[in-house]
Design a protein around this ligand. Structure first.
Ligand code: SF4
Length: 353
């Protein structure tokens, strides 16, 4: 009998499913509590449930469906996890602690591989294998929360989620949005929607859809080129959704949500770091409610691209600031394990969506 992952369900859905199976609906809340409040990943250990119910749950459902393959620990506390799925695929997540401001962030994957084939990205090299299920997305957070917890399950509490791991989250829209609901649910992780950021290579129709939902989600655009000619080459999705269409959708998003949109620009030596690119970038972003993240490229061994000198990076930042554009240079974390979120799958991290 095929078991359903319990992490695929919102609480309301689980109550409904329990009802269909003849299980009292209040039991769903208890199960949610064990999993998301106590980090219990075995039905057998849910010790306020009767034995016959535990037996029934074990017969119909599973809790975990990814298992740890490898964990890399960086000197600065960053942790990179490589998970193996039930069909033997690999996916990555990164835990990024910012102790100084009590922020604990997880960069999650939304797909295995990616169909978008950005030229600076290792994830896209082999194309898309498949979408991750809602449960597989939620489980990355759950397992990391369990792994990093000490004293009580909730310490440290995960405070931020970024969909910047493997894959394009807006091409797995339904599963990602349901995962967002569970991450946000007060009965599960209780992470505020404004602390959940979706990074996209520019899937315009989904940017509009999120804007219309008026969800207070964070939105990040992986831009990486300030003109269509270059962006067509670096990010083939630009042929479908060009810069003009993206900027129009971003304006609409800002108008609907009144939220600042982040742009990511991976600086690549000799490719998008020239003076002309800087001026095009300024004219695209000037006078908009945006924040620009400059990301010096994390070299991908399979690709022959490097980052510009520090002088060029600083020059970009200075000129952008002079034009009143809010800009930061992404602080590198986990460099000794090549695990910064911008590097996670080796590209999305490198500036991937
Ligand atoms: S950068 Fe992001 S969207 Fe582009 S191929 Fe890599 S994972 Fe896909």
């Amino acid at each position: 009998m095929i078991k359903t992952s319990i992490l695929n369900f919102t609480l309301e859905e689980l109550k409904e499913d329990f009802k269909i199976k003849g299980i009292k609906q209040y039991r769903a809340k208890q199960v949610f509590n064990w999993i998301y409040r106590n980090g219990i990943l075995e039905f057998t250990n849910m010790n306020n449930l009767p034995n016959n119910l535990i037996k029934g749950l074990k017969k119909n459902y599973k809790i975990t469906s990814i298992e740890l393959d490898k964990k890399l620990i960086s000197e600065d506390g960053t942790l990179k996890y490589l998970w193996k799925t039930e069909d033997n695929e690999l996916l990555e997540s990164v835990f990024l602690p910012y102790e100084e401001d009590s922020r604990y962030s997880i960069c999650v994957s939304s797909q295995i591989g990616c169909s978008l084939g950005c030229k600076f990205c290792a994830t896209g090299i082999d194309g898309l294998k498949r979408d991750l299920s809602t449960g597989e997305i939620v489980e990355q957070v759950l397992q990391i929360q369990v792994d990093v917890s000490h004293r009580e399950f909730k310490i440290p509490q995960i405070t931020n989620i970024v969909f910047m791991g493997m894959g394009e989250p807006f091409l797995n829209y339904d599963n990602v949005m349901k995962a967002v609901q569970i991450l946000n649910s007060r009965k599960a992780f209780n992470i505020a929607k404004r602390k959940i950021t979706i990074s996209t290579a520019g899937v315009v129709d989904k940017i509009i859809r999120v804007a219309e939902s008026e969800e207070q989600l964070g939105l990040a655009i992986s831009l990486n080129a300030p003109n269509d000619q270059l962006r067509d080459k670096l990010m083939p999705i630009n042929k479908k959704y060009n810069i003009k269409k993206i900027m129009k959708a971003v304006d609409y998003y800002i108008q609907k949500t009144n939220r600042r949109v982040s742009f990511e620009y991976v600086l690549m030596k000799g490719i998008n770091d020239k003076e002309v690119h800087l001026f095009q970038l300024i004219s695209l972003l000037k006078n908009k409610l945006v924040h620009l993240n400059l990301i010096p490229l994390n070299p991908v061994s399979e690709l022959n691209i490097s980052r510009p000198s520090q002088e060029v990076i600083d020059h970009f930042q200075k000129k952008l600031r002079e034009n009143n554009i809010t800009v930061t240079i992404r602080k590198e974390k986990g460099t000794n394990i090549k695990a910064a979120c911008g590097q996670l799958r080796s590209s999305h991290k490198n500036g991937g969506s």
